[in-house]
Design a protein around this ligand. Structure first.
Ligand SMILES: *Cc1c(COP(=O)(O)O)cnc(C)c1O
Length: 416
């Protein structure tokens, strides 16, 4: 079971809305820091363990700064994400660059920052060499294809566009070695929003075995394995959080068995998790502005799928509570919808909720990762503000809401 709490009292939230109109995302610094510390404790046995926070999950420099203070690195996959990381003060191997179909300009920026580059294809060795020069440390992303089943969000590995095949990996490391690369990493990410510890252990086992085989056959030494992101969070109240402690312990046992017992050199273990760090610590706060009864009963919000597209994109569940009605029976059934001219624009379908009337404040939970970040401007919708509840209790505006001027600023047209 996961408790769906909200970190502000009703009075405090109402006062906040008076100065910061809905919709907005609110993040909880204390929760984010606690999530990082829980992960670090679970991996305390591995001195060099790091999580490179996937910037795409919550690309706000105020959040990245908190994560830097907690000792995390960042995982970037585009030029703006690299620039964000740089501005926050991340440098060198604190930055992982895991991209695909990468333009030359982005490789050049990654090289300039000294980031760890993780190649998605064998053809990118020559491309990187030509466009930006090869670094001393290079990593490749593995796609096991038919050797492994994927999960719902990321899909079947052999249908996934990412990574190199098993045979290509051997050629790729040999080629990089021949071209003078000295240190190596190996990456795989095969699951997204996965709550099952066994799945990640299976990935670790696969990577440890591959490290042993590649080290032997190619004659190289691995500096790290990167298990990617993808640790899930309990979006549904009846789900339990990922068991980070068991994961840490079982991974240590595997490491001892596969690396230490085989006399392989010490191997750093890293991940690129975003969701499990910030996901549960974000809330989309929105006001019910309409109710409608036709063939179904609808609650219309001032937020729409441009503020949070996961329900529309993946049919994802996001828990919804109504301010001040948390303890009332959920004996009404609604579709909770936004205002896009697009019938996918629904936060919940046939959801049991307390009776809602226009003016009620709805909290959509678990929006701290892949929430605001996936926002877009379709239908002329403006992106919302982001607020941060600081550890000391203050609330800071960490991104203002977009204005009409922002929306029109790329146009050159009289009167706009
Ligand atoms: C999206 C992504 C992540 C982060 O995934 P989470 O589900 O937020 O943990 C990490 N690495 C890569 C390569 C990704 O594409």
């Amino acid at each position: 079971m996961s408790e769906k709490r909200f970190p502000l009292s009703p009075e405090r939230l109402e006062a906040l809305i008076a100065t910061h109109p809905t919709p907005f995302h609110l993040y909880d610094e204390q929760g984010i820091r606690a999530a990082v510390r829980r992960m670090k404790r679970a991996f305390a046995w591995s001195e060099s363990f790091t999580n490179y926070f996937a910037v795409k999950a919550l690309p706000n420099p105020h959040i990245l700064r908190i994560l830097k203070e907690e000792g995390l690195g960042v995982d970037c996959s585009s030029l703006p994400e690299l620039v964000l990381a740089e501005r926050v003060g991340f440098a060198g191997e604190e930055i992982m660059f895991t991209s695909n179909q990468t333009p030359a300009s982005e490789y050049r920026k990654a090289r300039e920052l000294g980031a760890i580059i993780n190649l998605d294809d064998i053809s990118h060795i020559a491309y990187l060499e030509e466009q930006a020069g090869l670094p001393d440390l290079l990593s490749f992303r593995y796609n096991p294809g038919p050797l492994r089943a994927g999960n719902a969000i990321i899909g079947d590995p052999k249908e996934a566009k990412y990574g190199l095949t098993y045979d290509q990996l051997f050629q790729a490391y040999a080629s990089a070695k021949e071209k003078g690369v000295r240190r190596f990493g190996l990456h795989a990410m095969l699951a997204s929003n996965e709550l099952n510890v066994a799945y990640f252990l299976e990935t670790a086992r696969m990577l440890f075995d591959l490290v042993a085989a590649l080290s032997r056959e190619v004659g190289i030494t691995f500096s790290f394995i990167n298990m990617g992101g993808g640790i899930g969070i309990p979006y549904r109240p009846e789900q339990s959080a990922f068991d980070m402690e068991t994961f840490g312990q079982e991974l240590q046992a595997l490491y001892t068995q596969k690396i230490v017992a085989n006399s392989l050199p010490p191997l750093r273990i890293v991940m690129e998790c975003g969701r499990v760090i910030t996901g549960p610590h974000g809330y989309l706060v929105t006001t019910a502005i309409h109710q409608k009864e036709t063939y179904k009963r609808y609650i219309g919000l001032d937020a729409c799928m441009t503020n949070l597209m996961r329900p529309a994109l993946y049919g994802a569940y996001h828990h919804i509570t109504v301010l001040g009605k948390e303890d009332q029976p959920a004996n009404e059934m609604y579709d909770v919808v936004g205002s896009l001219c697009e019938n996918f624009d629904k936060f919940a379908i046939d959801r049991s909720l307390p009776e809602i009337t226009p003016g009620d404040i709805l909290i959509i939970h678990d929006t701290g990762a892949h929430g605001h970040a996936m926002g877009f401007n379709y239908n002329g919708k403006l992106r919302s503000a982001e607020l941060l509840l600081r550890e000391g209790g203050d609330i800071q505006l960490i991104r203002r809401a977009e204005t009409l001027d922002d929306y029109f600023c790329t146009l050159d047209f009289p009167g706009l």
